[in-house]
Ligand binder design. Structure first.
Ligand code: V47
Length: 382
């Protein structure tokens, strides 16, 4: 039998041959791992065209013209939080105006209209509630699995999970095992913020530190629970701190292989204590997507979360390294309470159109990035 032809070798277009990031672009094209210094250079370069071209070349080598989306629903079950992170507009204290906490029945009511509608995923994130018992979390998972057996549950950031270990006195492994037995399928990427101690001390000093965030994700991976990872950029972090953050994620992935996607999150400045900093630019959003793609050579999916980027920047990001746009969502609170002007959800038809308008081929996936309807896919794709 004849061997499959080797993939075509890409070469750098003439227009980029004088770029200050030519060495980094060439390394990325050759599949060589980029260093910390390379990452800093990529963030600092003015040559955004070369950066975007390189990230897109790597993206297309991995994923061709496909852009993934999924049918999902967000469940923000409470915004009551024992922490008060400076960038957050979502949290309230118990009894404060605008605070909410849903009972398990209210959670079920919230998603009841979507039963048997072909959803693939529930995305569940809340504040770190100071008085809820552990049984609330396991009851919620069990009830959702009972009512929606085909829907994968991606729930609770590492910060919520670290708190549950503190609350119960159990190990992270035991907490995660119990959550998994109750229905947890995946852990979302939130709570990562920026890993550098300097940043965390200034903007979110009370919650779990970077080491603990990694412990949660590493423990989840060891138990067969895949996770995502985020970085909240565009506030007080330096370029070096961004690169350090991304490379710590790359190290984690080398150890475990459990990360499904990386999601750079743009800081939204309305109604929180960092508001005077303003929002990062659309260009910075694209740069973060592209550098993420180039540095994270071992993470398969880079997500342009349309809720946070806005539909138009998310469309551009699909040609700057991203291969996923997230989902239909419906009723998202974390970004909308921080001034996001995107709709709170999109229909599947519109999401497919958004991807097509960006010149990409929409492909529905399940929570684990299996093509919906394919063998091995979970959820109930319609
Ligand atoms: O951890 C909070 C961020 C995160 C603001 O795993 C803010 O698929 C910007 O984790 N401006 C939660 N960001 C969201 C999250 C997420 C989102 C999309 C997909 C996935 C996934 C996970 O939101 C928090 C924090 O980093 N955040 N406030 C703000 N004002």
């Amino acid at each position: 039998m004849r061997a499959a032809p080797a993939p075509p070798r890409l070469s750098v277009p003439a227009v980029f041959r004088t770029s200050d990031i030519l060495p980094q672009v060439e390394k990325a094209l050759a599949g060589e791992r980029l260093t910390f210094e390379d990452g800093v250079r990529l963030f600092q370069s003015e040559d955004v065209n070369a950066l975007g071209w390189a990230a897109n070349a790597v993206r297309e080598r991995l994923h061709g013209n496909v852009a993934y989306y999924l049918k999902n629903r967000h469940i923000n079950y409470t915004n009551i939080c024992k922490y008060d992170c400076m960038f957050c507009s979502f949290y309230r204290k118990e009894g404060q105006e605008g605070a909410w906490l849903w009972s398990v029945d209210q959670v079920l009511e919230h998603v009841a209209p979507y039963k048997d509608k072909g959803l693939s995923e529930f995305h569940i994130v809340g504040g770190v509630h100071p008085t809820l018992p552990f049984s609330y979390y396991t009851d919620m998972l069990r009830a959702l699995k009972r009512e929606h057996p085909g829907v994968a549950i991606k729930a609770f950031t590492a910060i919520e999970i670290a708190y549950l270990a503190e609350l119960t006195g159990k190990s992270l492994g035991d907490v995660l095992k119990e959550l998994k037995a109750a229905g947890l399928d995946m852990v979302p990427g939130g709570g990562a913020e920026v890993f550098a101690d300097r940043v965390r001390y200034k903007v979110c000093r009370d919650k779990a530190d970077a080491d603990r965030w990694f412990e949660v994700h590493e423990t989840a991976h060891a138990l067969g629970i895949p996770t995502n990872a985020t970085m909240l950029y565009g506030h007080i972090e330096t370029v070096e701190e961004r690169v350090d953050h991304i490379l710590r994620l790359r190290d984690l992935q080398d150890r475990t292989g459990g990360l499904k996607s990386y999601i750079p999150l743009a800081y939204h400045p309305d109604f929180n204590r960092l508001a005077k900093l303003g929002a990062p630019s659309g260009l910075d959003a694209l740069r973060n997507v592209a550098v993420g793609r180039l540095l994270l050579d071992n993470v398969p999916h880079i997500k342009a979360y349309w809720i946070m980027l806005g539909v138009k920047v998310a469309q551009l990001a699909l040609s700057w390294g991203a291969n996923d746009i997230d989902g239909t969502v419906t009723w998202e609170r974390i970004y909308h309470m921080a001034g996001a002007e995107t709709p709170e959800g999109l229909t599947e038809e519109r999401l497919r159109e958004v991807i097509r308008e960006a010149g990409r081929e929409p492909v529905e996936r399940d929570a684990f990035y299996n093509v919906a309807g394919s063998e091995g896919a979970r959820g109930n794709p319609s």
